[in-house]
Design a protein around this ligand. Structure first.
Ligand code: NAD
Length: 499
């Protein structure tokens, strides 16, 4: 059986720890490969080599670094089909979704090509007599990224592209569930001209993650994954004096006002609730129709659309709306939560339980579920399900709907569907959530804006991609320089700004 190793020193290397994890084909339920799990010693060797290589890379002018990324974009486009196929085989998402995964990463790489402009510092001429002051953005040195299974191309690229554009070396610790695409990205970057050891891909589990968090040679750590792990990584990384940003789980509410275009709202909910089997941090998992009449109209429109969804393997092509979930454990967790909703008295309007696909009986497929009359105290409302399960919570007023979303512990994304500009504006201004859609169900900001949630959906003070990424992966240094020009005030130089 294939054993997937690491990418260290510009080549694929086998794991040396003797520990591996199974990599499944979620559509068939079969183990299709093993992935090496790095030891702390393997991680250390990768960091040491990265630190040595970073010195020259950090001193390379930003335009040359950007050219590597330009070429990388071309290669991503050249290999799009190959990348999407490898991604779907391990993750289970459909080919169009897999291509979307690559493209949303590629867009951030394109943004990072602007590094020469984004890294420009600030300059004050004549801050005092003969004195100039300037600040510059310098790389951190070695940075690391720990990424989740659900976007195995996009999120690694969100991390590695700005880090290396800023002149850092980067250690990527991808999800052990779908490790192939990150290694392919490393190969393409090498082909694009990235020097060896500037990107190291170290596969692993908690042992490798803890080694990253404790390693004195790593200055910054970016994480994306579930909230309990995000919080753990934030606390341990900060305690070790690192710069840390962690993005966690979500429970995204979509408010549907009585004046909304109900067909548009229902279509949006089906795409945002069930696309990629609900395994998106920006998926809508809670629909909040305002008023019982709105709720009845919405449910009536939703049910036939949800019942028509086609669930199957990515190999079935365009006939499939979404694929299996990632593991048997993920499937079992979703099934347990669905049962808890039924037991708590929520109305299961579309019942996807017992879903099975001929020829794929051992695959991790989950049928679509729609709950109505979910209440705030239910586990299905409080927890992130991360599966094709949409819960409807009926609100009696706009204020009640707003408070519902505001009181939830997660604050990643949200949306409101309405024809009323005043309500939409009020919602966007008052809501305590990081990304807001107005008649847009999945408001993922484009690469040149920043991405990040509030509350328990993010830890740390800078967002991903956009200008924040360049702040996260650099340190500011400010220089005050005096060059005597012969013009002196009483023989003394003064710095008025500091008086
Ligand atoms: P996860 O937290 O299980 O794993 C994420 C990473 O952490 C992986 O690389 C994994 O190896 C590592 N990890 C897991 N357990 C660990 C432990 N005990 N100690 C140290 N490291 C550990 O998350 P996942 O299941 O891969 O991804 C799904 C989650 O990610 C969902 O909660 C989803 O909402 C979230 N997510 C958030 C965003 C965002 O931007 N907010 C984006 C995508 C996914």
């Amino acid at each position: 059986m294939e054993e997937i190793g690491h990418w260290i020193g510009g080549k694929r290397v086998a794991g040396r720890s003797g520990r591996t994890a199974d990599v499944y084909n979620p559509a068939t339920g079969e183990v299709q490969a093993k992935v090496a799990l790095a030891s702390a010693a393997e991680l250390d060797a990768a960091v040491q080599a990265a630190a040595k290589a970073q010195v020259a890379w950090g001193a390379t002018n930003p335009q040359r670094r950007a050219r590597v990324l330009m070429k990388f974009v071309d290669l991503l486009n050249r290999d799009m089909d190959k990348l999407a196929e490898a991604l779907s085989r391990e993750h289970g998402k459909t080919i169009p979704d897999a291509k979307g995964d690559v493209v949303r990463g590629l867009e951030v790489v394109e943004f990072c090509i602007g590094a020469p402009h984004l890294l420009k510092g600030e300059y004050t001429d004549s801050a005092g007599p003969g004195i100039d002051m300037y600040s510059m953005r310098q790389p951190i040195g070695v940075a690391a990224g720990i990424t989740p299974f659900n976007f195995p191309a996009m999120i690694p690229m969100w991390k590695l592209a700005p880090a290396i554009a800023c002149g850092n070396a980067f250690i990527l610790k991808p999800s052990e569930r779908d490790p192939s695409v990150p290694l392919m990205l490393a190969e393409l970057l090498q082909e694009a001209g990235l020097p060896d050891n500037i990107l190291q891909v170290v596969n692993g589990d908690k042992e490798a993650v803890d080694a990253i968090l404790d390693h004195p040679g790593i200055g910054a750590v970016g994480f994306v994954g579930s909230t309990p792990i995000a919080q753990y990584i934030y606390e341990r990384g900060c305690a070790n004096g690192k710069r840390v940003q962690c993005f966690g789980g979500a429970k995204n509410h979509m408010i549907v006002m009585p004046d909304a275009d109900m067909d548009q709202a229902a279509d949006a909910l089906v795409g945002a609730g069930y696309g990629a089997a609900g395994e998106r941090c920006m998926a809508i998992s809670v629909a909040v129709p305002v008023g019982d009449e709105t709720a009845d109209r919405l449910i009536e429109k939703l049910v036939p659309k949800i019942e028509k969804l086609k669930v199957g393997p990515y190999t079935a092509g365009n006939d499939v709306d979404y694929g299996p979930v990632v593991t048997a454990a993920a499937k079992a967790n979703i099934e347990r939560l669905v049962q808890s909703g039924v037991d708590a008295g929520a109305e299961l309007v579309v019942d996807g339980r017992g879903f099975s696909l001929q020829g794929y009986e051992d695959g991790f497929f989950v049928g679509p579920h729609l709950f109505d009359k979910v209440t705030k105290d239910m586990e299905i409302y409080k927890k992130e399900i991360f599966g094709p399960v949409l819960s409807t919570v009926r609100a009696q007023s706009y204020e009640e709907a707003l408070s519902l979303a505001m009181d939830h512990e997660y604050g990643n994304g949200t949306a409101i569907f309405t024809r009323d500009g005043d309500t939409a504006r009020d919602f966007a201004n008052r809501i305590n959530i990081g990304m807001v859609g107005v008649n847009v169900p999945i408001p993922v900001p484009l690469a040149y804006h920043t991405f990040g949630g509030w509350k328990k959906s993010a830890f740390g003070d800078l967002n991903q991609h956009g200008p924040d990424a360049f702040r996260f992966y650099t340190r500011t240094k400010t220089v005050t320089a005096r060059w005597p020009s012969g013009i002196k005030e009483g023989g003394e130089f003064t710095i008025p700004l500091m008086e």
